[in-house]
Design a binder for this molecule. Structure first.
Ligand code: DX5
Ligand code: ZN
Length: 224
């Protein structure tokens, strides 16, 4: 793996919404690759966030690809409107998508990249049959619902096994990690085979979000 393939995706969940456009401009200046948008429905996870309107607003103020993470039940209800709002990647949870093969195909038909997320307690087997069709696998490194939680150390082994599963399937899917990613956890995730890193509090909680994006990327480069 080369350090060139590192993607840093700051999470909007930790943004100061009173300064939305400014904060997005800061992470763009720091070289962020994607903007991660956490959609929560208060049902799949015990928290509520945002929907198509916020995706559309981000699309207007930024040129970054929009990495939309749907923590919702019945994700198919929202896919078309999110694609129209400007989503680039649509990631649904395996736990909420019994017809994963069809739903992944539908996301691609909408012109978006298709991702599948796995909760910490969900077996990797949930993606084995669709691995070759995926653009992204998201291994949750916290239980979804809130920012600012501690990284679950046992995730490292799951990241390694996900990498092996994707390689064995000949899948070119990106391997994204989300939750508790910061300077002290990113390098070990990178070494374990992750290439795409969501970071909320680490970036937007920093005094200088642009510098933090660069610092996170540097941690991977140091251990490449
Ligand atoms: C958690 C969300 C994450 C969250 C990460 O359910 O999926 O994307 O924003 O926040 P941090 O990086 O603060 O753990
Ligand atoms: Zn997320």
């Amino acid at each position: 793996m080369s350090a060139h393939s590192v993607r840093i995706a700051p999470s909007l969940l930790a943004v100061d919404f009173a300064r939305l456009a400014d904060q997005i401009a800061m992470i763009e200046a720091g070289g962020a690759d994607w903007l991660h948008i956490d959609v929560m429905d208060g049902c799949f996870v015990p928290n509520l966030t945002f929907g198509a309107k916020v995706i559309e607003t981000c699309r207007r103020v930024s040129t970054l690809p929009l990495d939309v993470h749907l923590m919702v039940v019945e994700p198919e209800k929202y896919l078309e409107s999110f694609a129209k709002a400007g989503a680039s990647v649509l990631t649904i949870h395996a736990e909420a998508a019994p017809h994963l093969h069809r739903q992944v195909g539908y996301i691609r038909d909408l012109g978006c990249q298709a991702g599948v997320a796995l909760n910490p307690g969900t077996s990797l087997e949930g993606i084995r049959e669709v691995a070759a069709d995926l653009d992204l696998v998201l291994v949750m490194t916290v239980n979804p619902g809130f920012g600012g939680q501690a990284f679950i150390a046992a995730s490292l082994d799951k990241i390694r096994r996900t990498r092996a599963l994707l390689d064995a399937a000949g899948s070119r899917a990106l391997l994204e990690v989300d939750g508790g990613i910061a300077r002290d956890t990113i390098a070990e995730c990178w070494r374990a085979g992750a290439d795409t890193f969501v970071a909320g509090n680490a970036v937007f909680g920093a005094a200088d979000p642009a510098a933090e994006v660069r610092a996170l990327r540097a941690r991977c480069a140091e251990t490449a």
